[in-house]
Design a protein around this ligand. Sequence first.
Ligand code: AP5
Length: 215
Amino acid sequence: MRMVLLGPPNSGKGTQAVRLAKRYGIPAISTGDMFRQAVRARTPVGRTAKEYMDQGLLVPDDVTIEAVKERLRKPDIRDGFILDGFPRSLEQATALTAILQEAEVRLDVVLSLEVPEDLLVKRAIGRRVCKCGATYHVTNDPPKVEGKCDTCGQQLFHRRDDTAEVVAERLKTYVEKTEPVKEYYRRQGILLELDGSGSIEHSSGVVDRALEMLS
Ligand code: AP5
């Protein structure tokens, strides 16, 4: 299964990607996570990425495409992958098409999680994350011990781009740059727009049913 997950910030892409990766035994590749790791490691890519991420803007296409190209060269994607948050611009979408054509494979499906804006802000304000990559929500998906990661026990934190101001900017960027990507895939006949406004369990059910219809 080769899949792309689209959707506005905090729509639940990461939550679904991690779950589906376990279910299908394929890697979930999040460009956001890749950039956050690069920021922590203070690499040159991390320094560039931080500048844009802090403002809620997209990291430049050339940097992002190169990072994904490199990631898709790893052997663990042989049986498929889930791209979470990539592509996010038309340039990234056409680059992905070229990368996959070169590898003589194609995307099976692009799922777009649709969630109204007021819910996105609530999800951002309550989100807590761990350095290990795990994600929680203070009310919708709390950890077993408050403030601690269930997986590794580290202290959870609030992402610096989850403030109301930066979320508003990320949403603006999404409408401007990423909405056209949906049209790109709609024309290819592989876009499925799904309701992501219910609970995590509800969204999971919606996604699973959509994927079952494909097989
Ligand atoms: P990225 O990390 O990809 O952020 P995003 O797209 O804004 O998505 P999020 O991670 O915020 O949310 P999500 O949809 O994964 O939701 P989650 O499952 O966590 O990117 C960050 C930045 O990196 C970008 O702004 C950009 O600067 C840069 N970047 C990344 N990719 C790039 C690219 N391709 N090109 C250029 N720049 C790029 O859920 C959110 C919260 O809600 C959690 O607390 C969760 O527990 C909860 N939740 C999830 N689902 C539900 C549900 N159904 N009901 C209730 N709560 C839910």
